[in-house]
Write a protein that binds this ligand. Structure first.
Ligand code: SF4
Length: 413
């Protein structure tokens, strides 16, 4: 490996880390002030991503790989052994120094650290743990640390990682076991699940200990998460939703992140030539929200898919479900229970809670509900209010194009 200075390594290893979605981006518009004489306020710091802390705060993280060299050859990965990319590697001390330097300058509030497999899973995990240990113990670092763990590393190393990190994650990589066997032959689906199970148990033990003894050390207090690549194999949205629901259920994950497969240079012939539409990733995130915050069962989200098991790209999954199950509507906003109102397309959790508070004092009209939402056009066919009853609207065959057209007109106004 050629001798590189820290800045060159940072360029390579921050760029390589961008394929990992599991430290979620805040979606800020990118403004790069580099090279412009008077540019200030860039949101494009090299290697800096934005993520949400467990308390909902948006925080900036230094997001890097320890190395982009890897002894594995996962087909979908730019860092795989057979890939022809520039390689770089930080020492644990370099990552620690970089993190502290960024932190002291107030550029970041934490670190997201992942890595290719260097020599063995254990060796790699030891290096990741050393970074977190040194930050916490040698430098009393109080910032946020998210470590990507290596599933088949020694459980004692994962345990050590949990003592220092706020969040741990293990990527399931692909939605189905056959997909993983085909595209990441050196990885084992059962090994990944066993590691997630072990981590769940360790997190629960940590919580129990903390309840009993106030001085007990925290273990990964922000829980565990995972990432699934979408569109690299033949899994449809129904498969993905079912896998995500099982993961939430079985391993008490805080988040499943979806990452639309992106074609990479020198891609293997077993991969699709183009990336799936980004909207597919967005629809999967919406379906994830339906399950986590709106009370939908995985089978109900799957029922919103088409014959090929795909969520529609032109409308959101909640509207797709409502159009298929019209007999569940219209719902009276002045009487319907919370769980039913959460199914009304266009009504979010905040709007539903506001309706429940307001209707204690008075009967709500269509205009009252309209003030709580972005698009009254979307809601109108599905609700009854004190001055509104949609009678024939809900049965119209052209309801979907009507809602879409009215929404477009609304946004054009
Ligand atoms: S183990 Fe990770 S870094 Fe290595 S090739 Fe597979 S996905 Fe890429």
């Amino acid at each position: 490996m050629a001798q590189l200075d820290t800045r060159q390594k940072l360029e390579i290893l921050a760029d390589a880390a961008k394929y990992d979605a599991s430290c979620a981006s805040s979606g800020t518009a990118k403004r790069d002030s580099a090279g412009k004489a008077k540019g200030i306020g860039s949101t494009e710091g090299m290697g800096i991503c934005h993520a949400y802390a467990p308390d909902g705060r948006c925080i900036s993280l230094l997001k890097i790989l320890l190395t982009n060299s890897c002894i594995f050859d996962c087909h979908y990965c730019i860092n795989r052994k057979s890939s022809n990319v520039r390689r770089a590697r930080f020492t644990a001390k370099e990552v620690v120094d970089l993190t502290l330097a960024f932190y002291r300058r107030n550029y970041i509030e934490g670190l997201f650290l992942s890595s290719g497999i260097i020599r063995s899973s254990d060796y790699t995990m030891e290096q990741l743990v050393e970074v977190a240990r040194s930050l916490r113990e040698d430098h009393q670092f109080r910032g946020y640390i998210h470590l990507k763990t290596i599933p088949d590393a020694d459980p004692r190393l994962i345990e050590a990682a949990g003592r220092h990190a706020d969040r741990l994650s293990i990527n399931v990589e692909l939605p189905t076991d056959p997909g993983l066997a085909r595209l990441a032959p050196e990885k084992s689906a059962s090994g990944i699940r066993a590691a997630m199970g072990g981590m769940k148990a360790a997190i629960e033990d940590g919580h129990d200990a903390k309840k009993r003894y106030r001085s007990a050390p925290a273990f990964a207090p922000a829980g565990q998460s995972t990432q699934m690549i979408v569109g690299a194999d033949a899994a449809n949205d129904s498969d993905i939703v079912r896998t995500a629901a099982t993961l939430y259920d079985r391993y008490a994950l805080r988040r499943v992140y979806y990452s639309a497969f992106s074609p990479i240079p020198d891609a293997s012939a077993v991969l699709p030539l183009s990336r799936p539409p980004l909207m597919r990733e967005h629809r999967l995130y919406q379906s994830d929200w339906l399950m986590r915050f709106y009370g939908y069962k995985p089978a109900e989200v799957a029922a919103a898919t088409d014959d090929a098991g795909m969520l529609p790209l032109d409308i959101d999954p909640k509207l797709a479900w409502a159009l298929k199950y019209r007999d569940a509507f219209p719902l009276d906003v002045n009487r319907a229970p919370r769980e039913a109102l959460l199914r009304v397309p266009g009504l979010g959790v905040k709007a539903v809670d506001a309706i429940l508070v307001s209707r204690k004092w008075r009967r709500l009209s269509l205009a009252d509900v309209g003030r709580l939402t972005v698009s009254i056009a979307k809601i109108r066919p599905f609700i009854v209010a004190s001055d509104w009853r949609p009678t024939a609207l809900i049965d119209r065959l052209d309801l979907k194009p009507r809602i879409k057209r009215e929404q477009l007109e609304l946004f054009a106004a």
